[in-house]
Ligand binder design. Structure first.
Ligand code: ADP
Ligand code: MG
Length: 686
């Protein structure tokens, strides 16, 4: 049970003044569901604005406050285009105030024609016109309160404004309870960090490195603690030593020779499974590295030893795909392979449950439904987790550890992670790396093209589609204001659709899951030829025929992300091409990153160099894109603070494994605060 002291933090956002059902949607989009989420919605940056008498005084890119009088409301020709309000300053200069997404209602209300308003925002240029996109403030009164020093700038979603969010943050901060200290006192003193409550309040007030570091450290500490608790718990549990006699594995009629890396990984897994202590191993390998056969070999070891085994996929589509592959590959061995997803209903579901209970199913593939309470196994010896959500792993380990005897666990990930970060993400799991691609793979021909050659790019895509092959078109989804990105992606989709008709489908995060799935399936089945996608394409979905990928504004993606996206082509022996279209303004680092993409396809190398290149600074929207492992700590903080946090966690667990001391109690609160309470639950159960 969550400690009572945290209740005010876990109260719904709706308990804050002024939050009604209407705000719940935009807040929900940002994941701001509880008071604590609001308190932890830290400013992206702070701005200091300058009041200018007329537009001529402002520099391009500057944060300004200026009095403007709207002269015209101009809807865009396409329903999805931006809505512009043309407005005039005192000297007669014209400026466009631009809104993307379905914001015309807001814009008209805030900026009625003929009425002077004070507008605060970033002065930009659009063609030969000045423009302010999504102003932070529009006020009818004096500009006095807009010119604050260090005004926090929060990440927004459609329907929210800066003052709105700032007001909610204020309320949330007032409700912060005083919590006992969980950080080791010496550490706190050495670093000169404030206590938890002050740290949160200070972080919203100005750039305060010690306060932000402390909050990041909290998150890292919580994470390390939880991972260590999982590990300690699995050590306490008995597993079962599984030794296969090889009789099924020899029957696999593989059309290829395993690579050295695959053989080595299988040997490592086999060694672990032969121990009584449950295996906790991570199999890392790029897309196409051949993780599936390694997993299958591990699964067959369990089956040879008379046990059942389950493969857990993150989505329904991936589960289906794994099922088809494994069933085909395992056919010669006679192992019984089945699929269980949320879609299985009635008789079918009962049949599957029966098969799991009586042991007639050897290998079950499915989504999280595999671990519902209603699903019971005769004797589950191995769980394979095909992972996408970073923290899913440990959490699912806890799930899998339900029984008295824990199954062995193998987690698979296609995300190459720098060595220094593996600890943060997976705790002390053992790692096998597939760092060698199967032979015969064609390198992906990666080229960097300038934005102004877009016509050539489209012509190239046309030729490709005409030759009967599929292609991907990826648009970035990483901006502060997501509606800009959606608008851009939809505009691109509309243009491509105009050119290629029904052959084009689109997926992005704002689509209903059914629509997304249906579009994906149309592409996977070959009915659609071009898939326009934002960064949300499901990582593992295989479309073997696609041999061309266009990535727009490639410099805005993280390298690891580019690498993963690119990994979707170049699967087979066909030659594949990846076109990285770069936008106009390319920084030094941006240039280096694109060059690196051209140079190598080694995910591990890309991950290491990406970390180098990014340093701490440029963290391009990684939070939104789900690339970041943590919600508070950024990459730089992870690197600087994780070693200490991890050591601290370990000392605490060594001294007080039950978390019963005063500091242990505080640490429990921390675990609940960061929703790593599955760690605490293991304490109780163990
Ligand atoms: P991953 O899951 O790591 O992305 P897969 O297991 O799906 O990769 O393998 C990608 C493709 O490579 C599959 O078609 C698979 O049959 C093939 N493959 C795997 N191992 C080898 C190998 N050693 N030699 C040749 N092809 C291989
Ligand atoms: Mg795979």
């Amino acid at each position: 049970m969550r400690p009572d002291i945290l209740n005010p933090l876990f109260a719904e956002t709706q308990s804050l003044e002024g939050v009604g059902p209407k705000l719940m949607k935009p807040l929900g989009k940002l994941g701001l569901e509880r008071v604590k989420d609001i308190a932890y919605h830290l400013p992206d940056r702070f701005v200091t604005r300058r009041a200018i008498a007329d537009l001529d005084e402002g520099a391009e890119g500057e944060q300004v406050i200026v009095a403007l009088t709207p002269t015209e409301h101009r809807a865009s020709r396409s329903a999805r285009g931006p809505f512009r309000v043309l407005a005039q300053d005192g000297a007669g200069n014209i400026c466009a105030i631009t809104y993307f997404g379905r914001a015309s209602y807001t814009a008209k209300k805030l900026l009625p024609v003929g009425e002077r308003r004070w507008v605060a925002g970033r002065l930009d240029r659009y063609g030969d016109m000045l423009q302010i996109v999504h102003p932070d403030h529009v006020e009818s009164e004096s500009a006095a309160n807009l010119g604050r020093l260090n005004e926090p700038v929060y990440r927004l979603s459609e329907g929210l404004t800066q003052p709105r969010v700032a007001g909610l943050v204020e309320q949330a901060l007032e409700r912060l309870p005083e919590l006992p200290e969980w950080i080791e006192p010496g550490q706190l003193e050495r670093a000169g960090w404030p206590n938890w409550r002050d740290a949160l309040r200070l972080s919203h007030r100005n750039e305060n490195a010690p306060a932000r570091d402390r909050l990041a450290y909290d998150e890292l500490l919580a994470n390390s603690l939880a991972l260590l608790l999982v590990k300690a718990d699995s050590r306490r549990r008995k597993g079962q030593a599984l030794v296969g006699d090889g009789r099924l594995r020899v029957q696999l009629a593989l059309p290829f020779e395993m690579t050295g890396a695959q053989k080595r990984s299988i040997a490592e897994i086999e060694g672990d499974m032969a121990q009584e202590a449950p295996m906790l191993r991570l199999l890392q390998g790029d897309v196409g590295a051949g993780k599936t056969v390694v997993a299958l070999a591990a699964m067959l070891i369990a089956v040879e030893a008379g046990k059942q085994t389950a493969l857990l996929a993150p989505t329904e589509i991936l589960a289906r795909q794994h099922y088809e592959t494994l069933r085909t590959m395992a056919a010669p061995t006679g192992a019984e392979v089945a699929l269980l997803t949320g879609r299985a209903k009635g008789r079918e579901r009962e049949g599957l449950l029966m098969g799991l209970l009586d042991g007639s199913i050897d290998i079950i593939v499915g989504t999280h439904s595999l671990f519902q309470d209603s699903v019971a196994y005769k004797d589950l010896g191995l769980v394979v987790i095909d992972e996408q959500h970073r923290f899913g792993v440990a959490q699912r380990l806890a799930l899998a550890a339900k029984g008295k005897r824990s199954p062995h666990t193998l987690a698979m990930t296609a995300t190459p992670i720098p060595r220094s970060l593996t600890l943060a993400q997976y705790g002390e799991m053992d790692v096998s790396r597939l760092d060698e691609l199967p032979p015969g793979r064609q390198a992906i021909d990666t080229r960097v093209v300038a934005q102004d050659r877009m016509d050539d790019v489209v012509a190239g895509v046309a030729r490709h589609l005409a030759s009967g092959q599929q292609a991907y078109w990826v648009c970035p989804m990483v901006r502060d204001n997501e509606s800009d990105d959606i608008a851009a992606a939809e505009a691109r989709f509309a243009a491509l659709r105009e050119r290629f008709g029904d052959a084009v489908v689109m997926v992005h995060g704002q689509l209903a899951p059914e629509v997304k799935d249906a579009n994906m399936e149309r592409f996977a089945s070959g009915e659609a030829m071009l898939l326009v996608a934002t960064t949300v394409i499901e990582v593992g979905v295989d479309v073997p025929a696609a041999t061309l990928m266009v990535i727009e504004q490639a410099e805005r993606f993280g390298l690891a992300q580019l690498h993963q996206l690119r990994g979707r082509v170049g699967r087979g022996s066909e030659k594949s091409v990846c076109l990285l279209v770069r936008g106009a303004e390319l920084s030094e680092t941006g240039r280096k990153r694109l060059a690196l993409m051209r140079e190598t396809q080694d995910g591990f190398r890309i991950a290491e160099e990406d970390l180098e290149l990014r340093g701490g600074g440029e963290l391009l929207g990684t939070r939104q894109s789900g690339e970041a492992a943590f919600s508070i700590a950024d990459l730089d903080q992870v690197q600087r603070l994780l070693p200490a946090a991890h050591a601290d966690a370990r000392i605490l667990i060594d001294r007080d494994g039950g978390l019963t001391s005063a500091r242990g109690e505080a640490a429990r609160i921390l675990l609940y605060l960061f929703e790593r309470d599955w760690g605490v639950q293991l304490l109780r159960g163990g």
